[in-house]
Write a protein that binds this ligand. Sequence first.
Ligand SMILES: [Zn+2]
Length: 236
Amino acid sequence: MMLYENLPYYLSKKIHEANLADYPVNSENDVLELFALLRAYFPSLAVRGLYDLYAQFNSGTYPDINEQNMLRDKFNVLTPIYKPRENSEVSLFMQQAYDLALIAFNNNEVPVGAIVVYQNEIIGRGFNQTRSGVSSMLHAEIIAIQEAQKHLNSTYLQDCDLFITLEPCLMCSGAIINSRIKRVYYGAKESKTGACDSQYRVFDNRVVNHHTEVLGGVMAEQCTELMQNFFSAKRS
Ligand SMILES: [Zn+2]
């Protein structure tokens, strides 16, 4: 186990913000994985953070230049361009989508948030704006996907994952398939308009979809509760 209190302040602060203070670190690989999780949360975190973490694991001895190179190489092998995401990483990203859903909620919009992740970087963000934008098309996913496409200057997002707080509708499922998103993680089920599991299963159709995997129920309780709070506040 690691004594996070002895880390440089910038690092221990980030570890706490990312809720990783209990992450078990018993080996060098754990150090690399912890750094990968931190990078997922703070994409701009410099590689110095990895050396500082390693020093902590290594009884305070800062890695020399050879060890630094070795650590960087191992880190790059550990986190190739695309690998299946760990549960803890999925939760971190869904939390970011959830924070966007809260913005929608506070704007009196149906609270749905979405982010697009490329490697470990968030490159698209969206929250539902159908009311304020007076458009049935301004769903969170559509906005996030468009931002990601602009960011990569690419119509296709085959190396990207999408995190959404609510099961996508037919329109958004179409947009996801057409933009060839690699994986969709969603939170709450949408019993009336959901097109992944609830009303339609468009992603199961191999004629229209060759690209996208879907995983539902991530932080489902929290996402469902937010929707319920919104609609019960509307009724009262
Ligand atoms: Zn939609």
